[in-house]
Design a protein around this ligand. Structure first.
Ligand code: ATP
Ligand code: MG
Ligand code: MG
Length: 380
């Protein structure tokens, strides 16, 4: 039986391992924490990214290596790639790790982005603000996730506060200033490319973030007839440029009918969790298929789906468990403020029925506010 090596042992690794099993694929996970939640469903090796003795042993036991976590150091990924097949390739990983390289690539591939400029020191911030304008967002180039490592500037007067918050990161991780985009919608396209170059996308997903963290996703996103072919073509161009193998997500802002690239995740993505029940083949299964060189599965949607994240702690599962075509996911993580600990997906044959199911569930879970924007979008 082939063995899939997964670097990082969070919920993405957990769901990858669960999707790999029916394909006859075993998983072996590496994480620096012995209690990482993927370890509840697959064997886990405890190692740091610089622990080459343990990684050497790991590389011998697996047929292919992939990522649950995009911030594995590029040199670790490269070192592993000299010993075993690694997908996506370390160059693609390196580009997606760095917001500056990523946005530069987007532009090369014809995907517009918010105005941006690298910031290396305090005077560089003033220069960038003059060029980019305000409002703007200062972000660390590396290692940010769930809105962490970001500071929003309303006006030029916020420069000192922004520097106080993130200046210390400038030397270590680099910073980037981006124009704040007053977008109408946030969408993502989750895509997969096989070892043979076969390329597919799931339908565009509409996403809602709260405090920089994904709160809900709706798929297929309503009103995407014109946007879908453009998003798919851009994702394909990026994938071919990087010789990408596996699943990735491209986060997009829609402003006045234009698509702007925010970032790409070189891995399965939270906005693709609905595909587990809402698509013919899930992002997790297709990622496993892609990195092992197996034929890819159908990425079409079954009806209409919505996913909501459980942040910090899980609600009572009973309303979801009782719901029609509603699905509960508990990642087996302990509760902690701001942490993604689970999600639920609700599917329905069409938008009208999905809106009804969400309204009922929103009330029963006492989550009307979380559900409301999705319901409104379905009615719209
Ligand atoms: P993720 O958890 O998706 O990796 P992250 O920490 O990498 O998040 P971003 O995706 O850069 O952060 O930003 C999080 C959210 O903040 C975005 O989804 C969007 O809602 C908002 N945001 C980020 N950049 C901008 C921008 N330039 N203009 C407007 N809103 C933005
Ligand atoms: Mg990100
Ligand atoms: Mg993001």
């Amino acid at each position: 039986q082939p063995v899939l090596g997964i670097l990082g042992g969070g919920q993405l690794a957990r769901m990858l391992a669960l999707a790999a099993a029916p394909l006859g694929v075993n998983s072996l996970v590496v994480d620096s924490a012995a209690d990482a939640c993927a370890g509840q469903v697959a064997p886990l090796v405890k190692a740091d990214w610089g622990d080459y003795a343990t990684l050497e042993e790991f590389a011998r036991k697996v047929d292919v290596v992939t990522f649950d976590f995009e911030n594995v150091p590029a040199e670790t990924a490269q070192w592993l790639a000299e010993r075993v097949a690694v997908f996506p390739n370390p160059r693609a990983l390196a580009v997606a790790q760095d917001r500056l390289a990523e946005k530069t690539l987007f532009r090369e591939c014809g995907l517009h982005t918010p105005e941006f400029m690298a910031v290396d020191d305090r005077t560089g911030l003033d220069r960038a603000l003059a060029a980019v304008g305000a409002p703007a967002i200062l972000k660390t180039r590396r290692l940010g996730y769930d809105g962490k490592g970001q500071f929003r500037l309303k006006s030029l007067a916020d420069a000192d506060a922004a520097w106080a918050a993130l200046g210390a990161q400038a030397a270590k991780h680099g910073l980037i200033l981006e124009a704040f985009v007053p977008f109408q919608r946030e969408l993502s396209v989750v895509a997969v490319r096989g070892r043979d170059g076969d390329f597919r996308t799931w339908p565009l997903t509409r996403n809602w973030h709260v405090d920089g963290v994904l709160s809900m996703s709706l798929a297929p996103a309503p009103q995407i007839d014109e946007l879908q072919p453009r998003a798919t073509a851009l994702a394909r161009t990026l994938a071919e440029h990087l010789d990408y193998v596996g699943v990735f997500a491209l986060e997009l802002f829609v402003k006045d009918g234009e698509l702007l690239g925010n970032e790409m995740a070189p891995r399965v993505h939270n906005s693709g969790h609905w595909t587990i029940e809402g698509a013919h083949t899930s992002q997790f299964e297709n990622h496993v298929r892609a990195v092992l060189g197996l034929p890819l599965g159908d990425t079409g949607a079954r009806g209409q789906s919505a996913m909501f994240n459980w942040i910090g702690e899980l609600p009572d599962p009973a309303p979801v468990l009782r719901g029609v075509d509603a699905h509960w996911h508990d990642y087996g993580k302990s509760a902690r403020a701001g942490r993604k600990v689970g999600h639920a997906t609700v599917c329905a044959p069409d938008a009208v029925q999905l809106a009804q199911r969400l309204e009922v569930l929103g009330r029963e879970l006492n989550r009307e506010a979380q559900v409301a924007p999705t319901v409104e979008a379905l009615h719209g």
